[in-house]
Design a protein around this ligand. Structure first.
Ligand code: PLP
Length: 421
């Protein structure tokens, strides 16, 4: 079925009350029919609800719907995008291993990889997403994951997905991609050889800045990459923490299964049923919203490109942008999502423009229905010197925008008065 139809129906079979809206099942636990039923559920002989840290009927609909929208086999909802990213990696890597990552990543992913994972004994090695071939030299027999973002935040690069997954597949290494900014409405990474997709549901999924959440999705047929692949011995050998279960022998999507019955069980960063319900509401309108976010961002980018105070505009939907070709190749109808940035002369000018806007809110978030403006040099990147800012592609005069769903004429008028104040 088509994306718009799946977004409204996938994963929900009406409950006993025949409610049109998916019910919110606020329940910590579930009653077993009898002891044998309980034992069968724990032994995975029968699938069903046990305890909301492991599964929940509302979250189950969110997971099934998201998996359908990504064209995947199964999904695992988590408490945040960060926990989805952590689980996707911790499911593959342990102390002594390494991961190879694009250096153009969300700042939280960079600190997770460079600092927290390092303390767990997992090394992060970085490659330039604009030079995918350079990642091959970083791979060794301890490499467990190749990680990148389809549309990067905040640098706004578009990855050459097929070039990266070709290298991952050459070495039978799992590729994990963060598809938060592009969303499955614009980009379908599984069609280009990706193994696992992760998202912050806090952005375009909720769509209105309502809740923090995350999700990890596994592609169909992933077990074949894991079976007999001793890079991932723990999927092929008995799991002592789950009565000797050998994951590749279980007839279920095994990457999700292990993340659920091992990581979610032990670490517990579970999605609240209420948040899962909010994300279901968001998915219903995702494709409509992404069309409008993309349209508004393109109009803003065109306006900025023609303004004398603006030195550079970064938006992959502009034919002048270095990422235009990849955006046309990987994104539906070339729609390039709502994230753009532009550079003015210096720190002080950027600060004045941000302060002069009235409709844009000064917020460190993206993907809200309301437009957002951010000045990285005074917030997320304030510790860096001017030279360091230039080196990581975030000059002091850079302003990032997340185009919302307001009428774009009002957004342009607001930027114009701020630039000319
Ligand atoms: N991935 C990307 C691309 C993000 O922009 C963010 C947050 O801004 C995250 C992951 C982390 O998500 P969360 O804030 O839901 O933990």
């Amino acid at each position: 079925m088509h994306f718009q139809t799946e977004a409204l129906h996938a994963g929900y079979e009406k409950d006993t009350q025949s409610t049109m809206a998916v019910p919110i099942y606020m329940s910590t636990a579930y009653e077993f029919r009898d002891v044998e039923h309980a034992a069968d559920l724990f032994a995975l002989k029968e699938l069903g609800n046990i305890y909301t840290r492991l599964n929940n009927p509302t979250t189950d609909v969110f997971e099934k719907r998201f998996a359908a929208l990504e064209g995947g086999a199964a999904a695992l909802a988590t408490a945040s995008g960060m926990s989805a990213i952590f689980y996707a990696i911790a499911n593959a890597a342990e102390a002594g291993d390494n991961i190879v990552c694009a250096s153009q990543l969300y700042g939280g992913s960079l600190t997770l990889f460079s600092h927290s994972l390092k303390r767990f004994g997992i090394e992060a090695r970085y490659f330039d997403v604009q030079d995918p071939q350079s990642l091959e030299a970083l791979i060794d027999d301890k490499t467990k994951v190749i990680f990148f973002e389809t549309l990067t935040n905040p640098s706004i690069d578009v990855a050459n997905i097929a070039a990266i997954t070709a290298i991952a597949n050459k070495y039978d290494i799992l590729s994990v991609v963060d598809n938060t900014v592009a969303t499955p409405a614009l980009c379908q990474p599984f069609n280009h050889g990706v193994d696992i997709v992760v998202h912050s549901a806090s952005k375009y999924t909720t769509g209105q800045g309502l809740a923090i959440g995350g999700i990890m999705v596994e592609r169909k047929g992933l077990v074949e990459k894991l079976r007999g692949n001793m890079r991932y011995a723990h999927f092929n050998e008995p799991d002592a923490s789950y009565h000797g279960l050998v994951y590749v022998d279980v007839p279920l999507p095994v990457y999700t299964l292990r993340a659920r019955i091992s990581l979610l069980r032990d670490l517990g960063a579970v999605s609240s049923p209420f948040n899962s319900w909010l994300f279901i509401q968001g998915l219903e309108t995702l494709s409509l919203r992404m069309k409008e976010h993309s349209h508004n961002a393109l109009r803003l980018a065109e306006f900025l490109e023609n303004h004398p105070k603006v030195a550079v505009v970064n938006y992959p939907g502009l034919p002048s942008n270095q990422n235009y070709e990849n955006a046309q190749r990987y994104f539906a109808n070339g729609q390039s999502s709502g994230l753009l940035s532009f550079v003015v002369s210096d720190f002080e000018q950027a600060k004045a423009i941000v302060d002069a806007t009235k409709l844009f809110s000064l917020v460190v978030n993206i993907g809200d229905s309301k437009s957002i403006i951010t000045h990285p040099a005074s917030t997320t990147h304030q510790q860096l010197s001017p030279d360091e800012l230039d080196a990581c592609g975030v000059p002091a005069g850079l302003i990032r925008l997340s185009a919302g769903l307001e009428n774009v004429a009002d957004l342009i008028a607001d930027l114009k008065q701020a630039l000319e104040a």
